[in-house]
Design a protein around this ligand. Structure first.
Ligand SMILES: *[C@@H]1O[C@H](CO)[C@@H](O)[C@H](O)[C@H]1NC(C)=O
Ligand SMILES: *[C@@H]1O[C@H](CO)[C@@H](O)[C@H](O)[C@H]1NC(C)=O
Ligand SMILES: *[C@@H]1O[C@H](CO)[C@@H](O)[C@H](O)[C@H]1NC(C)=O
Ligand SMILES: *[C@@H]1O[C@H](CO)[C@@H](O)[C@H](O)[C@H]1NC(C)=O
Length: 397
């Protein structure tokens, strides 16, 4: 994670010696203070430490109408005053975030961002701008030219986060934009693994829209700012750019249409869609280049499973997060991309029983899809059972 820890194990012998001597001198000094001023130690030996007594007297000064006790008092008087005040002075705010109920609401910062700050000067003057959008790419250094081209399609209104699955980060500094990007380096993890760990909704709460993209997208015909204009215009909470249909296309839904700005449904092969409002005919985008609104992401993040790292099946379930899904999920046609299907992380598996590494990865993807489907089905079933509806014996499932 690029956080270096300094080791203290190889301290030089002379340093250890100095430490021992310093400690010894400190102990002796403390002893003499104790002997020379017995009253002082007794007085300082207050409720348990000096700090609470200062707190209390400060609060007393502030709230008890000018009654200002001296800092050092005897134990019984402090504790009796403390007790008479503790009812009114104890803080408990149930509406605070869970676990932070003891804090006064005014000090709580429940949300964060990726804005870079300076080490000096006025904190209020740190930020010259606050990007409203966030784009993340899960990258290996081999794809640097494509990522460079991608990043250039995102204006200064975007915070850029790179998740490095190959451990190479400093090499990226050859690009000017890299110095203001956030780099997270963890080897051989997937986009959804990073997203679950580093894009908690409270961490990315400053951003109106979040792009969680693969590294192998050709963005020649794409402009992020223009894209978002269409997303807002058509009320899309979850979206993706249309895919140019030359290769790697699995679903009709995400295929780019030349004749419109946006589409929200499609026709599939006969029998593929039980309902025209449901995936894969509507309420559906793929997981290679999704764009989430803040609210949609808050929901989707919660649905991502910690152990199902490939995210297969997630695309069919995105609709659970927006209502009505067939109106708020869609594909932007006039800002479109080409999926280049460059083998990347998929090739980073382990070779098992003579198979090519990518086979093991693919196998796991499929397995995860099944697992995710059954977890979701079980969860829904359990919920409806709990409120007295049997899903397997219901007229409208
Ligand atoms: C400590 O404070 C209590 C209550 O104010 C008082 O009755 C007592 O005499 C004090 N003891 C000393 C040693 O000052
Ligand atoms: C002060 O707080 C303690 C612990 O919460 C409680 O047991 C005690 O009754 C309180 N004192 C008064 C005077 O309310
Ligand atoms: C960035 O956002 C501001 C405010 O919304 C807008 O005026 C500006 O045009 C945006 N920049 C680009 C390059 O689109
Ligand atoms: C289905 O529901 C009906 C009416 O509530 C009930 O009579 C029937 O036994 C249920 N069937 C099953 C398989 O649970």
């Amino acid at each position: 994670m690029g956080i270096s820890t300094r080791s203290s194990t190889n301290r030089k012998p002379s340093e250890s010696m100095r430490l021992i001597v310093t400690t010894f001198v400190g102990v002796v000094f403390g002893f003499f203070i104790g002997v020379s001023f017995p009253g002082l130690t007794a007085k300082l030996n207050l409720p348990s430490s000096l700090l609470p007594s200062i707190d209390v007297s400060y609060i007393q000064e502030k709230y008890a109408g000018g009654y200002a006790p001296s800092l050092v008092k005897n134990k019984s008087s402090i504790s009796s005053e403390y007790q008479s005040l503790n009812d009114t002075l104890k803080i408990w705010v149930p509406s605070n975030p869970r676990g932070a109920e003891r804090l006064p609401p005014g000090i709580i910062e429940a949300e964060s961002d990726f804005y870079l700050r300076r080490l000096w000067g006025q904190p209020s003057e740190d930020l010259t701008s606050k990007p409203k959008y966030l784009v993340t790419f899960t990258v290996g250094y081999d794809q640097k030219h494509n990522i460079d081209a991608n990043v250039k399609k995102f204006s200064e209104n975007f915070t850029i986060v790179l998740f490095h699955y190959d451990g190479r980060t400093t090499e990226w500094d050859e690009f000017e934009w890299s110095k203001r990007a956030i780099h997270v380096s963890v080897r051989k993890q997937t986009k959804w693994w990073y997203a679950k760990r580093f894009l908690h909704p409270d961490i990315v709460a400053s951003y109106d829209y979040i792009f969680i993209w693969d590294e192998d997208l050709d963005v020649e015909h794409f402009n992020a700012e223009a894209y978002l204009k269409l997303v807002k215009k058509h009320g899309l909470e979850i979206s993706q750019p249309g895919l140019e249909p030359n290769k790697g296309l699995t679903w009709q839904m995400t295929k780019r249409r030349g004749d419109r700005e946006v589409h929200k449904d499609t026709e599939e092969k006969p029998g593929w869609c039980s309902d025209p409002h449901l995936p894969p005919c509507a309420a559906f985008v793929e997981i290679m280049a999704p764009v989430f609104s803040r609210d949609a992401w808050r929901c989707v993040w919660h649905m991502i499973q910690n152990d199902l790292v490939h995210g297969w099946g997630l695309d069919f379930a995105l609709r659970k997060c927006v209502e009505p899904a067939h109106e708020k999920i869609g594909v932007v046609d006039s800002q479109w991309i080409v999926h280049q299907s460059v083998p990347s992380l998929g090739n980073q598996g382990e070779s098992q029983s003579g198979q090519a590494p990518w086979r093991g990865v693919r196998e796991r993807c499929r397995k995860e899809w099944t697992m995710f489907q059954s977890r979701l089905a079980n969860a829904e079933d359990a919920y409806f059972k709990a409120i007295g509806i049997d899903m397997f014996n219901s007229t409208n499932p």
